[in-house]
Design a protein around this ligand. Structure first.
Ligand code: ADP
Length: 408
C-alpha cells in the first residue's frame, strides 16, 4: 500500500502537466490533442473521459464549421440582398448582392442600417421589428443611389428562446419588373388613344350623314372621304400592331432565302412611284452592278424598305428626292435610304425607333402615319441579325441605313 501510494504521488505531477498542456491547447482551439499516460492507473479513467469529451467537442466543432461555411456560401451567392442586425439594431453582416445593389463599400459591422443605406424607411422597418411592433414587414422602397432602383424589402425577426434577438432584412430588386409594367401600361394607353381618335371621327361623321347631311350634296362627299381616310388609318394601325406583336413575340418565322436585293428595291420603288409623284419627290436607285446576294426573308425586308421609303417621301418637300443605295462590306451588305426632307431634331433621334414615338404627332397623323413604322423596321432588321442607324440634319434631310448578312 505504501509503495503504491508512492508511485501514484510520483506520477501525479506528470499527469497534471499533461492535463495542463491539454487544457491550454483546448483553450487555443486545438481539439485534436489527447492526454497520454505512461502507466495504467485509476487516473486513467479521468484521462479517458477528458479525451472522449475533447473528441466529441472536436467533431461538433467540425460539423458547425462545415454548416457555417455552407451557410456563408449560400448567403454570398444569393441573388437577393440580405442584411442581418442584432437586438440593438447594429448590422452583423450584409451580403455581396446588397453591397452591389446599393454600392456599399465601407465596413458595415456595428453600424445602424441608416448609416449604411441613407433611407429612413429601411431604418424604421428594422426598428419596428426589434420593438415587436410587427412580426413581419414588407415595403416597396425607392433608392436613388448609385442609380434609381425599386426594392421590395421584407423584414422578419430572428427569435431565440422566445425573445427577439435581431432581425433579417431581405432586399429583392424589382426595378425591371416595374419598368416592364409601366411600358405595358403606356402601350395599352397609347393603343387605346390611337384607336379612339379615328373611331370617334368615323362615328361622328357617320352620325352627321345619318341625321340628314346625306342630302347635303355639297358636304356629303367630303364627309365620306374623311370616313374613308380614317377607316384606312384604323386598318393600317391594326395591321401594324399585329405585325409588331408577331415579330416581338417571336411568332414571325423568317423564311430566309438567298436573294438579290436589287430586285427587292425595284419592287418597292415601283410601289411608291405614284405616292412620290403626288408629292413631287424623285425616287432614285444607286446600286452597283453585281452586288453580292443576301440571305433574307424577302417579304419582310421589302416591308422594311417600304416603311423607310414611305417616310422619306412623306417627310420630304416638293422637288426633293429619295435615294436608295446599297454597298458591300466584307461581312455584310449596307442598305441606305437618303432623303432631302425636313430632317429630325438631334434630341429626337435616339427615340424615333420607339413604338408610337413621333417628332410631330399632328403631321404624322395627317400623313396617315401610325408611329409604328420604324419599330417594325428595327425589329425585322434585328431578327436578320442586322443593325439600323440614322443620321439627320434638320432642314436638310435624313439617311437611314441598315445592314444585312451576306449569303455564304
Ligand atoms: P410614322 O407613322 O409617324 O411615320 P415611324 O415609326 O415610321 O412613324 O416614324 C416615327 C417618327 O420619326 C415620325 O413620326 C417622324 O417624326 C420621324 N421620321 C421618320 N422618318 C423620317 C424621315 N425620313 N424624315 C424625317 N422624319 C422622319
Amino acid at each position: 500500500m505504501k509503495v503504491r501510494h508512492k508511485i501514484v504521488s510520483l506520477f501525479i505531477p506528470r499527469l497534471v502537466r499533461e492535463i495542463t498542456a491539454w487544457a491550454k491547447s483546448f483553450a487555443d482551439g486545438d481539439f485534436s490533442k489527447r492526454i497520454s499516460l505512461g502507466a495504467r492507473d485509476e487516473m486513467e479513467e479521468l484521462a479517458d473521459s477528458l479525451n472522449s469529451m475533447s473528441r466529441q467537442i472536436q467533431s461538433r466543432m467540425e460539423e458547425s464549421i462545415a454548416d457555417k461555411s455552407r451557410l456563408e456560401a449560400v448567403f454570398l451567392s444569393m441573388f437577393d440582398g440580405v442584411m442581418v442586425i442584432d437586438h440593438k439594431g447594429a448590422i452583423i453582416l450584409i451580403n455581396q448582392a446588397l453591397r452591389k445593389f446599393l454600392s456599399v463599400e465601407q465596413e458595415t459591422a456595428g453600424r445602424k442600417p441608416l448609416e449604411v443605406i441613407r433611407n429612413m424607411e429601411i431604418q424604421a422597418m428594422a426598428e419596428n421589428i426589434l420593438a415587436l411592433k410587427s412580426r413581419f414587414e414588407s415595403r416597396e422602397i425607392t433608392v436613388s443611389f448609385p442609380e434609381e432602383k425599386i426594392l421590395l424589402v421584407h423584414a422578419t425577426p430572428v427569435a431565440r428562446d422566445n425573445r427577439v434577438d435581431g432581425a433579417d432584412l431581405v432586399f429583392h430588386d424589382i426595378t425591371e419588373l416595374r419598368r416592364l409594367e409601366r411600358v405595358r401600361r403606356e402601350f395599352v394607353a397609347n393603343v387605346s388613344h390611337e384607336l379612339r381618335t379615328p373611331a370617334a371621327t368615323i362615328r361622328g361623321y357617320a352620325e352627321t350623314l345619318l341625321e340628314g347631311a346625306l342630302e347635303d350634296k355639297q358636304h356629303a362627299g367630303e364627309f365620306v372621304r374623311i370616313i374613308h381616310d380614317d377607316a384606312r388609318r384604323l386598318a393600317k394601325l391594326v395591321n401594324d400592331l399585329l405585325d409588331l406583336s408577331r415579330i416581338e413575340s417571336g411568332k414571325m418565322k423568317l423564311a430566309l432565302e438567298e436573294c438579290a436585293l436589287g430586285s427587292v428595291i425595284d419592287g418597292v420603288l415601283t410601289a411608291m412611284d405614284k405616292e412620290a409623284r403626288r408629292n413631287s419627290v424623285t425616287l432614285r436607285k444607286e446600286v452597283p452592278p453585281g452586288l453580292a446576294k443576301v440571305r433574307i426573308d424577302e417579304a419582310a425586308i421589302a416591308q422594311v424598305l417600304l416603311n423607310l421609303v414611305e417616310n422619306a417621301v412623306k417627310y420630304n418637300n416638293a422637288g426633293g428626292s429619295v435615294t436608295v443605295g446599297a454597298r458591300e462590306t466584307p461581312r455584310f451588305l449596307e442598305v441606305s435610304v437618303a432623303d432631302t426632307g425636313i430632317g429630325i431634331p438631334r434630341e429626337d433621334l435616339p427615340r424615333i425607333f420607339e413604338r408610337f414615338y413621333r417628332v410631330d404627332k399632328a403631321r404624322s397623323r395627317e400623313l396617315g402615319g401610325t408611329g409604328l413604322g420604324l419599330s417594325i423596321v428595327k425589329h425585322i432588321v434585328q431578327a436578320h441579325r442586322g443593325e439600323v442607324m440614322v443620321e439627320s440634319e434638320l432642314g436638310k434631310g435624313s439617311t437611314f441605313r441598315f445592314t444585312l448578312p451576306l449569303a455564304s
